[in-house]
Design a protein around this ligand. Structure first.
Ligand SMILES: Nc1ncnc2c1ncn2[C@@H]1O[C@H](COP(=O)(O)OP(=O)(O)OP(=O)(O)O)[C@@H](O)[C@H]1O
Length: 253
């Protein structure tokens, strides 16, 4: 008789304990204790205003939490500056896509990883390697033909792909995406889903905030559901979809 192997415990990626952020009288994140799984596609979902973006901003150092701790791979990163959290291996995209509209697509790729002046960046000898890498990533997201276009002249979906390619320039171990499919046409949503799958197969961990449920449920290994600033349920897509608390949170009943 063959014994069934016990389920292997998940390794923790990013985690919070009692994370809290208040804006005046509004408690946007309310004592949230959450952990995401390393090497997996994790999703953070919840109704509008449930605190997902504020949670992202607290854990990536964009805003300082009032209370609680944030760890990444067991190291305390609470309140650290965004560049230090990025250096620890966590990259992120933004809900309202952040690209420099008057720079070309390639210039956007290069500023994503450098802090010196653009003129120096474009003339420096070490460019060749980074240009190659940037071209490879633009090809990977399918916009290499737009290398010389100004970012403001490409579509919003293409800007989102550019932002993702820029995040990949730093080769982060974990990628946090805030509404990658928001405002994007269905063909590009499919491309983003394919990219997330292939990058995850190569070992990247994802934590994705997204309202497109078809995308979330098709893509994720682990889903955390937020309501009023804290998790109310978590598990596989099928577990979460059949939990009455989730329906209640979304329908407000
Ligand atoms: N800078 C701010 N100042 C004041 N209140 C804020 C601020 N940022 C967020 N809030 C409030 O905090 C709560 C949580 O907002 P947040 O944007 O984090 O939610 P969300 O789940 O990401 O929403 P959505 O799905 O609509 O993007 C909301 O009530 C929002 O109005």
């Amino acid at each position: 008789m063959t014994a069934t192997a016990p389920a292997r415990p998940e390794t923790t990626s990013l985690a919070t304990v009692g994370l809290t952020k208040r804006f005046g009288g509004v408690t946007a994140v309310d004592g949230a204790t959450v952990s995401f799984h390393h090497g997996k596609v994790n999703a953070l979902i919840g109704p509008n205003g449930s605190g997902k973006t504020t949670f992202f901003n607290c854990v990536t150092g964009m805003i300082r939490p009032d209370e609680g701790t944030v760890t990444y791979r067991d190291a305390d990163i609470t309140g650290k500056a965004p560049h230090r959290i990025a250096r620890a291996g966590v990259g992120r995209s933004f809900q309202l896509c952040r690209v420099f509209p008057r720079m070309t697509v390639m210039e956007n790729m290069l500023v994503a990883v450098r802090s010196t002046s653009l003129r120096r960046q474009l003339s420096s000898a070490r460019n060749a390697e980074e240009l190659d890498r940037a071209r490879g990533l633009l090809a990977r997201v399918g916009i290499e033909h737009l290398e010389h276009s100004l970012a403001r002249d490409i579509s919003y979906g293409q800007q989102k792909l550019l932002e993702l390619a820029g995040v990949l320039m730093a080769d982060p171990e974990t990628i946090m995406l805030d509404e990658p499919a928001g405002g994007v046409n269905p063909a590009l949503i499919d491309r983003i889903a394919t990219l997330v799958r292939s990058l995850n197969a190569e070992g990247k961990t994802f934590i994705v905030v997204e309202h497109n449920m078809e995308l979330v449920m098709g893509l994720s290994d682990h889903v955390v559901v937020f309501d009023r600033g804290r998790p109310i349920c978590e598990g596989t897509p099928s577990v979460v979809q059949s939990d009455p608390r989730v329906l209640e949170a979304y329908l407000g009943i």
